[in-house]
Design a protein around this ligand. Sequence first.
Ligand code: MTE
Length: 377
Amino acid sequence: MLTRRHLLALAAASPAFPQSGPLIVPGKKPMIVHNDFPEDLESPAGYLASWITPNDQFFVRQHLPRPKVDVGSWRVEVGGMVANKLSLSVADLRALPQASLPATLECAGNGRGAFRPRIPGLQWTKGAIGNAQWRGPRLKDILAKAGATADAKYVDFDGADVPAGKVPEFIRSIPMRKAMLESTILALEMNGQPLPELHGGPLRIIVPGWDGASWVKWVNSIQVQAQSNPGFYMARAYKYPKVPGAPGAAVKPEDMDVLEGMAVKSFFATPEPESKAKTGTPVTFRGVGWGGENRVARVEVSTDGGASWKPATLGREDFAFAWRTFSFNWTPAKPGYHTICCRATDSAGRSQPIDAAWNPSGYLNNSIERLGIVVEG
Ligand code: MTE
């Protein structure tokens, strides 16, 4: 068992825990702690080298304290513009046809910590992302059962987490075109386990290829609507400028769109930045790349700071919505400080910029990663 002394030693020894020290949350390996209540936990990059991110290594983000969960009495109410209101238990949801798919979940603010000028908010580095196999009923089957009416354009999701005082409710909407896809499911399971409470158990919505804010946890209300929810989390938060402005410049709310989809990006999971290597001895770089709703077409690596690029070897798992692992072997020829970069291109032809567009909330940072390696003679 890990004792507090072990954890402090680990924190001191590892640059993976730069913040307030590691926190052991039941069911989690040591994580980078941005907040401990509500829990905002980042996965150290080294946890992200494999195709599936185990549940105990998966990042956590919540705006509000976690609700108390009782799976036995859990119900999700389906209402709004429907012919038949529904109230479904977990057993009712399990009785529907189940779908299973791998999908990458990334917080829109992943990488915010690297934007300059700095942006208030959680200073995520690389690890507000993970890839899991999700399983549960399709949203479209539930909407069909409820008889969503023809002019319904949006579906709102509310979770059981309740704000205190004037803090807004976390309610998110997705348009009907996304709601009706085969791939949009209500997950009861994550990586073959009942969905952990930290990840929204017993029920959350999976919106593959879209940023994590749409993936509402502890879903207890699904409302079919003519318009997107007017509350804070659709009207103000998770918006991105229609046209990028200068770094640091304010953008008027009417010049922003609701975030839909995600950027193409890749990063190195191992080795750690500033690792040491030896001339003539091979080093293997491992990482992941993903393209939101698109597949990953290729990942390239540069060992000369971006002057020239070579293809990385892609992992065999190739799915829309899920990241793709890559590896790249390099035998350094000369000593010195080397800048290694990776760059993904997706099936829609999108590729990563040298520097992602600065935006007022610090979303979608997909700048090409630069990893320093110190090569000794
Ligand atoms: N759902 C509820 N009910 N409350 C929340 O605060 N946070 C969202 C989303 N779903 C949130 C939520 C955000 S911003 C993200 S990035 C993901 O959950 C994170 O999911 P995870 O904690 O399972 O990694």
